[in-house]
Each structure stands twice: as structure tokens, then as C-alpha cells.
Design a protein around this ligand. Structure first.
Ligand code: BG6
Length: 477
């Protein structure tokens, strides 16, 4: 496995710890070797040390074992090169030597603008044979046009079956559980549709800021970094029809139909149905934190959004007229990813004065994995006073003896096992961009600047108004 961008945040904080865990549990092929590639002139030993420091920092103390680390480190190697230079790939081919003929995975943990040149240089150096696979990290491109041109460039070198596009949310157990919940329980299917559902909320809220990734984030923003991929993938899993089989193409066929059915947001809709925000100075978890434009490597008059909320609609028979409210942001009050399915109230109320007599299904993806169904119940005592109660399932308790896998562990293993089920197909990525692009364009042409929100708050007020205008509210529990 060749990891391009090996000294970057993603490789050091996510990929190498995940590979180490898989090694510890003897899930990696015995002969797997991992070659880190980046520009810094590091020795093999220095790279191993850097990787060790990060793995120790990322993994719980009990998940780190010195002896296991030594045997894992023996798999690690490093090769300094400038991936922008075609000639360097000849040097790489020489370094790989006889191994060049064997099946190989290229993991591009780099900026998306390097995807196309790396693929082309691999081909020229004779390193892109049929047995190889290439893994691309989101966001793929910066806009629809750039995504299409990346896909074409990759497609000229690799067949679609060799391409693995990662959206790490699909590797989360909890996200896969959405499919189990919907398609292994007959209970929900009859009510999983417009006639019974008032609206859906999908929130991915973070307390972290942009950390060391200011220069990347200031060109991406919340829309490209999170909504175009993670949130739309969650929306697909909530809204898709049952696939005919549990396999890569059957699932992806259904997801792409959802993306293609998203009602385009253009013109006034962009103003009325989207909210951009940017955090200002505030307090998160008791710590005072600076405004976004004071973060390292961020432009001091940046108008990049760190928060986005959108009201989406899916134009198909199942979902016509049901709003899907999506929101994500950095430096918010709490870290939480959840999906709320708000059912419609009973058609006729027998209990006057009872509050909001409607059921609600909450699927919490993180920090804890929980599914809870809000039901109405009678309060003990005289009279029919009702109040909501929760039917609550904590999945961590239900499966307390099993270790929770990190998303990257699962996805890396799937790449090695050549299983594409949890990866995005090219048409999915294109369809997601096709919907997102007019929103980005609308923001640009109407100069829709992000609304400030204090770090540690729940986002800009306008995100509340988006729902309040329709008599709804974000269901922060
Ligand atoms: C990444 C984004 O894809 O997902 C980050 O680039 C974000 O900005 C992260 O912080 C969130 O992932 P998780 O697994 O912590 O919810």
C-alpha cells in the first residue's frame, strides 16, 4: 500500500493508527507493506518514529502494545518524492523494483488537485496495471466541473472497479446500522414515507475548529468538506429504496437515484433555504477560542462558511413534500451526529391539551450510538394528561463485548479485500456535486456572506428561522 501525503494529518492521525489496529488483530495480509510518500526528506526510521508518536497519541493506552508496534513498524517504509514531477515516478518505479508487477493499493491522502496528475504519472511510469487499486479521499474536486475532470482523468488510467472513493462516514458502524434498522426491521417500512413523516433532520455538529487544516478548510468550507459528502450520504441511506441485494452496485444504484431526485436549489431558493455561518470568538468546553479568521492559515478577511444549514427536498413518490433539514458546523456547543425522523401527529386528537402528539425516531450516530423512539404516554394520576417518553436502545451496551471499529479500519480492510460496497461510485459523486454546485454559485453571485455565530453556540440564528418559519424547530435533545 502506497500512501501519498504520508506526513499529512489524515495519514498520521487516521490511516496509520487504523492499519496498526488491523495489524494487532492480525487482519492484515502477512506480506502487506506500507510505503509512505511525501515531499519531506525523512529517513525510514524518522517516518516510523513520527508514525509511532501519532499512533500512541490517537489510540487508547491499552490499544498500544510495544511489541506489536515493532512488528507493525517493520512493514513501514518511506520514500521522499515530489508527486508533481512525472520523472519522480520513474525513480519510484525503480525503488519498488520487482514488486512493481504485484497487486498494489495507491492511497491518495492528498489535496484533490493532485489526484489527476498522480494517476497520470503512475500510468506513464508503468505503475497502474490492472491489479492495482486507487483510493481517493473526499472531497473529490472543488466544484462539479473539477470533480468531472478528476473523474475523467482517473477513468483514463483506472477502470471504475479499481477506484475506491472514501467517505469515512460510510465506514462507521452506526451509519451501516441505518441500513440494518431500515431493511432488517419490517416495522418501519410502511411508515417510512411522506404520508407519515413530517420532516427529517440530519445534523453533524462539531466542537472542534479547523485545527491544523486552515489552508485546506479556507478553500473548502462546510459545504464542500461535510455536506456535499457525509451529510448527503446520510440522507441517501435514510431516503433510498431497499436495494435488491446487499452488494456494492445494488446499494449504490439506489443511493444515486436519491441524489438525482434532489430538487435543485437555485435563485431565490438559495437565499430562502440555505444558511451560511462563520464562527466568531467564543467559549467551547470552558476554553476561550478565537474567531475563524484568526485561525492559523486562514485569510484574515475570509468569508468561508464554517456552518451550513439547508432545507432539501426529494422529488419522488416516497418523499415529495417532506423537508430534509441538513446542518453541520464547527465550534458548536456540542459534538453530536444524529438523524431525527419526525412523524406526523395523530390524525384526530382524543386528548385535548396534550403536547405535540407525534412520534419521533432519533438515531444518534455519535458520540454515543443510540436509537430512541419517542412515544406518548399517560402521566400517572387522574385524568388523561400525556407526555412524551423514550423507548431507548443504547447499542454500545447491547454489544458491550465487541470492540467498536474505527471507520478507517473497516474501509481499509474493504479496500484490501476488494469490496466496494461502502465506497462512492463515480455517478454518486457527480450527482452530489450537481446539486451542491448551484448553491455555491448562488452564494457567490448574491454575495451571500456567512452569518457570524459565537463559538460554543448552536449556530447562527438564521438556522433556527429556517425551521421556525414552517412552525418547526431543531430537535436538540
Ligand atoms: C472530515 C472533515 O471528513 O470529517 C473534518 O474533513 C471533520 O472537517 C470530520 O472534522 C468529522 O468526522 P468525524 O468522524 O469526527 O465525525
Amino acid at each position: 500500500m502506497l500512501v501519498f501525503g504520508a506526513t499529512g494529518d489524515l495519514a498520521l492521525r487516521k490511516l496509520l493508527p487504523a492499519l496498526y489496529q488491523l495489524h494487532r488483530e492480525q487482519r492484515l495480509p502477512a506480506d502487506l507493506r506500507i510505503l509512505g510518500l511525501a515531499r519531506s526528506p525523512l529517513s525510514r526510521e524518522a517516518f516510523r518514529q513520527r508514525a509511532e508518536r501519532q499512533c500512541r497519541a490517537q489510540l487508547a493506552r491499552r490499544a498500544f502494545d510495544d511489541e506489536q508496534w515493532r512488528s507493525f513498524a517493520a512493514r513501514l517504509d518511506y520514500f521522499a518524492m515530489d508527486v508533481a514531477q512525472s520523472a519522480e515516478f520513474g525513480r519510484l518505479a525503480n525503488y519498488l523494483g520487482r514488486d512493481s508487477a504485484r497487486g498494489r493499493v495507491y492511497y491518495l491522502a492528498t489535496a484533490p488537485q493532485l489526484f489527476a496528475p498522480i494517476a497520470a504519472h503512475l500510468a506513464v511510469a508503468g505503475l497502474a496495471g490492472r491489479e492495482t487499486r486507487i483510493v481517493l479521499e473526499k472531497p473529490i474536486g472543488h466544484s462539479l466541473a473539477s470533480a468531472l475532470s478528476i473523474s475523467e482523468a482517473i477513468g483514463r488510467v483506472f477502470d471504475e472497479s479499481q477506484v475506491f472513493r472514501i467517505d469515512h462516514y460510510l465506514g462507521k458502524e452506526t451509519v451501516q446500522n441505518l441500513m440494518a434498522l431500515r431493511f432488517a426491521n419490517a416495522l418501519f417500512e410502511p411508515v417510512w414515507r411522506a404520508g407519515h413523516i413530517d420532516h427529517v433532520q440530519i445534523s453533524v455538529l462539531e466542537t472542534l475548529g479547523v485545527e491544523e487544516r486552515g489552508s485546506y478548510y479556507d478553500r473548502a468550507g462546510a459545504m464542500r468538506d461535510m455536506l456535499q459528502n457525509h451529510l448527503l450520504q446520510l440522507l441517501c441511506l435514510v431516503a433510498m429504496e431497499a436495494p435488491v441485494r446487499f452488494d456494492g452496485d445494488a446499494i449504490r444504484n439506489e443511493k444515486v437515484k436519491v441524489l438525482q431526485a434532489l430538487k435543485p436549489l437555485t435563485g431565490m431558493d438559495v437565499r430562502d433555504k440555505t444558511v451560511r455561518g462563520q464562527y466568531s470568538q467564543g467559549v467551547v468546553g470552558g476554553q476561550s477560542v478565537p474567531a475563524y479568521y484568526f485561525e492559523r492559515n486562514v485569510d484574515s478577511d475570509s468569508d468561508m462558511e464554517t456552518f451550513v444549514a439547508v432545507q432539501a427536498e426529494i422529488d419522488n413518490w416516497r418523499w415529495a413534500g417532506v423537508p430534509f433539514y441538513l446542518r453541520t458546523g464547527k465550534r458548536l456547543q456540542r459534538k453530536c451526529s444524529e438523524i431525527v425522523i419526525q412523524f406526523k401527529p395523530v390524525p384526530h386528537s382524543l386528548f385535548p391539551g396534550a403536547p405535540d402528539q407525534a412520534n419521533r425516531l432519533l438515531i444518534r450516530l455519535q458520540p454515543e450510538e443510540r436509537i430512541s423512539l419517542q412515544l406518548m404516554a399517560k402521566t400517572p394520576g387522574k385524568g388523561m394528561t400525556l407526555e412524551p417518553v423514550e423507548l431507548d436502545l443504547n447499542l454500545a451496551t447491547a454489544f458491550s463485548r465487541q470492540r467498536r471499529w474505527d471507520a478507517y479500519e473497516r474501509l481499509l480492510l474493504d479496500v484490501l479485500e476488494n469490496d466496494p460496497t461502502l465506497f462512492m461510485r463515480r455517478d454518486e459523486v457527480d450527482a452530489a456535486w450537481r446539486w451542491v454546485d448551484p448553491i455555491l454559485e448562488g452564494w457567490r453571485t448574491c454575495y451571500q456572506k456567512p452569518r457570524p455565530y459565537p463559538a460554543g453556540s448552536s449556530g447562527p440564528e438564521q438556522a433556527q428561522s429556517l425551521l421556525e418559519l414552517a412552525g418547526r424547530r431543531w430537535l436538540d435533545s
